[in-house]
Structures are given as C-alpha cells and as structure tokens.
Design a protein around this ligand. Sequence first.
Ligand SMILES: Nc1ncnc2c1ncn2[C@@H]1O[C@H](COP(=O)(O)OP(=O)(O)O)[C@@H](O)[C@H]1O
Ligand SMILES: [Mg+2]
Ligand SMILES: [Zn+2]
Length: 498
Amino acid sequence: MAYISLYRKWRSQNFDEIVGQKHIVQTLKNAISQKRVAHAYLFCGPRGTGKTSIARIFAKALNCKDGPTPSPCGKCDNCVKVRDGHAVDVIEIDAASNRGIDEIRDLREKVRYVPVEGRYKVYIIDEVHMLTSEAFNALLKTLEEPPEHVIFVLATTEASRIPVTIESRCQRLDFSRISLDEVKDHLKKIAEEEKFQIEEKALDLIARNGEGSMRDSVSLLDQLASYAGNTITVDNVVDLLGCADEELLFSIANSIAQNNVAELLQQLREAIDKGRSAVQILRDLIMHFRNILLLKFKASEALELTKEYLVKLETQAAIFEVEKVKKIIHLLSRIELDMKWHPHARLVLEVGLLDVLENTVPTLPPVIQKIETKTFVTIDSSPAQVAHSPLFNKVKELWGEILEKVKKKSLYGFVSLHEGEPVEITNDGKLIISFRKGYSFHKERLLEAKNKSSVEEIIKEVLGTAISIDCKIENSEKTTKPQVTIDTVKDIFEGEIV
Ligand SMILES: Nc1ncnc2c1ncn2[C@@H]1O[C@H](COP(=O)(O)OP(=O)(O)O)[C@@H](O)[C@H]1O
Ligand SMILES: [Mg+2]
Ligand SMILES: [Zn+2]
C-alpha cells in the first residue's frame, strides 16, 4: 500500500475532529441547523490551520444523504466522494496553480447547471488572492447573482489582497493559529495511534516549530518518523531541524552575559560540528533574546512556552538589563542582514557575536574558570614529539599574545586564525597554520592580503622577527588528544585560568 502522509491521513473528517477554530465551527454548524447558509464564505488565516479541511467538512455537511446536517455521516456515497476528492459537485480550484481567467470563465458557465449528486454545488477556491484582476471580476459577477444551489468557499492566507468588492459579498471567517497546547495534544494523539514513542520535549519543540500551523507540525512529525523510526527524541528533532537546542541557546546567552569569548566560540564550534546551521542558530538566538525582552516587559502571555522553560528563561532574563537585551537584538539582526550577502554564514556569525560582546558591557564580572582546551589536529601522521625549532616553540609560547593582538587589529583575521593551529616553521622560514578539513574558508580568509599582512605585522611585533605565514588544510581525519600546552592561548580570552 502506498504511504499516505500523516497530514493527509489525519485530515479531520468532521467538525468535532477540528482542533481549535471553535467560533468558526460553531458558526457553520449553526448556519446549517438554522438553514441560514450564506452563499459565499471567505476563510482567512495562516496555512495549515484547517481552512481546506473545514471547507470539505462543510461540503459534506451540505450534501450528506442525511443532511444538510452539522454532523455528516461520513459513510454515504456523497460523504465518501468528498473525502476521496471524487465528488462532482464539490469543485476545488487552486488559484495558485490555475491563475487566470479561463478557470473562472469556465466556472461562470458551469455554475448554472444544477448539482448532479448532492443538493449544492460547492466551489472551494484556494489561495483566492492569487487570481488575476480579470478573474476577480469574473468571480464578482457570479457572486453578485449566485444561483440558489451554489455555495462558494474562498480561502486565503492573505486577506489583505482580496478586493473589497469580493470580501463584501462574503461572510468572512478568520482562522487563528492553533495554540501550542492544542497542537501538542493533537500530535500526542496521532503518535499514540501510530505507535510512536515520543519525548515530551520533542513534542514541545515540534509544536513550537510549527508556529501554530497544524499542518507544519504534523508534517514534521511525519519526517521525524521516517528519520528516527518509532522512537523520537528531542535530539532527533534538533538534528532534523538543524536548530539550536534549548541548551545551546541558554549557554550562548550566558557567554554573552559573561563576555566570555572562549566559551562562546567553543559553543559555536561544537554546535556547528554537530550539524547545526549558522543561519538557524542566529535565528533561534534572536528569538531567544526576543523572549527575554518580552519577559522583561512582563509580556510572558505572548510567549507560548512550557512552564519549565519559562522558569529557566526568567532566571536568565534576570541577569540581563533591558537596554542590553535591546542592544543585543539590534546587533543580532544586523548579523542576519550581513549573512544574506556573505557566503560564509559561520564566519559572519562568529565575527558578529564577537562584535556583540565588544559592544555590550559585561553584566557579570568575567567568570574565573578553567576553559577546556580545544582538540587540535596534528599534521604529522607519524607520532608527535617532532623536534621543533626554537623559533617555532617561541611562536607557540606567544601564540596567545599574537591572537590577542590580531583580535584588536582585525576581527576577521582573528576569527580565522583562532580556528587554525600553528604547526611548524618550514625550512624556507614560513609559519604554517593548519586548518581542519572543511574549514578552507577560514584559510582563504586568512590568506587575503589585508588579513595576512595584519597577522604578519603582529607576529613581527610580538616576536621581534618577521615571519611570513601560510596555511594548509589537514586532510587526514586523524585527531590527537588535546594538547595542554596551549593553555596560554586561553589567556587571551576574558576568562582567567586557575
Ligand atoms: N484545525 C485543525 N485541526 C486538526 N487538524 C488540522 C487543523 N488544521 C490543519 N490540520 C491538519 O493539517 C492538514 C492541512 O490542513 P488544511 O485544512 O489543508 O489547512 P489550510 O487549508 O488552512 O492550509 C490537515 O490535513 C490536518 O492534518
Ligand atoms: Mg488549504
Ligand atoms: Zn453522509
């Protein structure tokens, strides 16, 4: 049997299965039972909130053998045909794919014929705002003198693009986004029926990600099931979305609060190594600070968050001042703009976040902590312990100072240099900086004339000897254990080593 996507399999088949949209369901049910059905309805609202589903249920309700009834049987020929999309009297037109006047002209012709199987001909015109102006005019003519047996349901995600002339002939019903709890409950029900095991936090994240669109949330659940199988964890969701998980957001925000560069870069590196996208991390971070800001203004009702999350967020919000949060959001949005034009989102993010640190005063005194040394890659596949020249040893020893000074001179140079490791001085006197595989953009960035000469100037300044630099990419996957010798590197960061 062909696989049916969950959102189609779980399309609500009667009014009682619809989640949320209470006033709309009530209005339509009443219209039917009181025999006061309007000739045209305009369904407005975000995608995936039930417009098409309700339109079809409404069509069933009107044409059910037992009807018109607010509770169509779902079993008679008419109901079944609507469900399967075979009902000749229920005509769905997708204005987004059938733009133009032909379709509507055709409609004007056919609208006059009486229904074949049911009582009403129901025209469901989806994304109606996409119609051309001629098509709108043609539709208007029909709406002005609708035949008794015809009912229109116009659906749109962009109500503002519907001509007033059209809107004024319809009864308008506004669909709202579905609340987090309602989405979660629905997902839970589906998961139970489908025999998925799913973590509560995973449900949370899926629902939050759907932003009130049931379709998006159900589709995500579907993707997760094919990605992770029947047991779905929050890590699966994070992996699939490439989004920043809760922990990452809180810890980055902490590093910002503490002005801790080393931690911050470390967190980013780990996240990106795990496959998170820089673009998504930034987007999530902006949302995170937006949430903090809303909390600061006591607007937490506006946030759809679980209690537990809210408590965590409140704790974090307490360490930021409002002005600082605003500034951070402002700076983060600027990074977002920069990213649009720059091929290396990651670099922009790193530089941008350093910028955030430099432009916001620390909220707390810098943390005194031992920062974990990053794992370096060695170039030699032969065992370490290669004898290095005294000059190279000096470079290693003063590397922290070099980085520190480069940071003041060129942020881009610094971020790239920070990702690399000095590995040797060649026989012809070049200092080789090695980058891990996949980091060639840092290498290229560092070798750009401006950055390269900045770094070389600093090296000369610090060592008293001019050395030119070159870069290479480590191509073996082999990594060695962390080297503790580069603790000095960490000295440059705001944290102190104890
Ligand atoms: N209010 C809702 N209650 C239950 N399921 C919904 C609801 N809204 C959307 N869905 C789910 O999302 C899918 C798409 O919904 P649809 O009615 O086509 O949304 P729209 O037309 O507003 O974009 C449905 O098949 C159903 O699985
Ligand atoms: Mg639809
Ligand atoms: Zn029926």
